[in-house]
Design a protein around this ligand. Sequence first.
Ligand SMILES: Cc1ncc(COP(=O)(O)O)c(C=O)c1O
Length: 407
Amino acid sequence: MWDVRSKMTPAFASAEGGLFSSVEKADVGDSYQTLAENGVALMGWADPFMPDRSMPPVVENAWLDAVRAESAPHYTAPIGNPSLKRAIARKLSRINGLEVDPQRNILITPGSDSGLYFALLPFVNPGDEVLIPSPSYPNNTLDVRIMGGMPVPVELDPARGYELDIDALEQKTTPRTKAVVLTHPNNPTTTVYSRNALEQLAQFVCRHDLILVVDQAFEDFTFDNEMVTPASLPGMFERTVTVFSFSKGMGLSGLRVGYIVCDDHIMDALYANAVAVIGATSTSAQAAVLAALEHPEFMKEFEAAYDRRRHIACRILNSVPGVHMDMPQSGFLGWIDVSDLGDSSDIVAYLVEHTGVSVNDGANYGPGGEGHLRVVLGVYRSDEHVEDALTRMADALRTYPAERRRP
Ligand SMILES: Cc1ncc(COP(=O)(O)O)c(C=O)c1O
């Protein structure tokens, strides 16, 4: 048989997790649908209130109006709705401490995954090393690999709440180090990095003349923690590319809108290649997220639900011997240490089979992830539904069979 993979770049030739993978993945094939049809509680898909309704009427109406307008089937010209960019600039000033020119410093992207890829693309030459505090969002690693770069995980210490460790970053720095990618707040650990740690990171990045790419998809609900935008720290705007999303905080993932914010000199190069690499964003979806930005009150209800659920999850899961969950610092994820019980991949499989609850294996989030489960607490509208799934999970973990347990 013709070996078409031999024609591919090394990253694609060695890629796993596609059609022929034996690993069941929700985003490839029909495993997600099969689980849903079998009544499994899907707590591994980081999408607010999925599969229930999440769109507030004010956004829905704006979207419907935009769909009926003549402009709906056309490209937005210029790329990026100018009113949306102005609203984003106001939000960046109000919330992120960034004063930007809407037409020069903001690029609207079809979701932030493509934004994250595009943010890294100008900087990663084959062989360049990119430091990735770990565990973190798997796409950070994948993106760097696709570009021929070398992802360098820097393991964070759970005993320090997964706070940034500048000494560990220093130890992994070489003459080939080009950039740091930071998911802040972090997915999966929910860590909101402290101002002090981010200031040290900024000094480290400047000292080694690096680029910082920050993914702030989860910036919206940080509970009692201060959310500092690293690009707002002195000297950082010119070397930081920040990626934002409407998917998580606003629960509008299906609209596929995100945005990149950076200095003019970086943006100049991005704009020159934007249409070729990421294409355009839906015209009507941009109108809908503009309404969400102008009327963000609905997010208060989201935050209250996530706050309730993080307390519920800690109460239920921490009652199980050998299981530990720190109070989530942000968002709607839970990060659970099951390392005393057994292998996390095995536990994930066991939970689907015996309790009908699907969660994520921490091993997928890089070094430091094994022995953990990621649970999405923000799914479903009803707290009871989530509480019921967590209780079933806890019961199964409490009676996890001796022969599967870690000796
Ligand atoms: C940390 C993080 N960043 C970015 C994304 C991508 O989100 P979207 O492309 O929907 O904006 C996700 C989605 O799961 C995520 O968890």
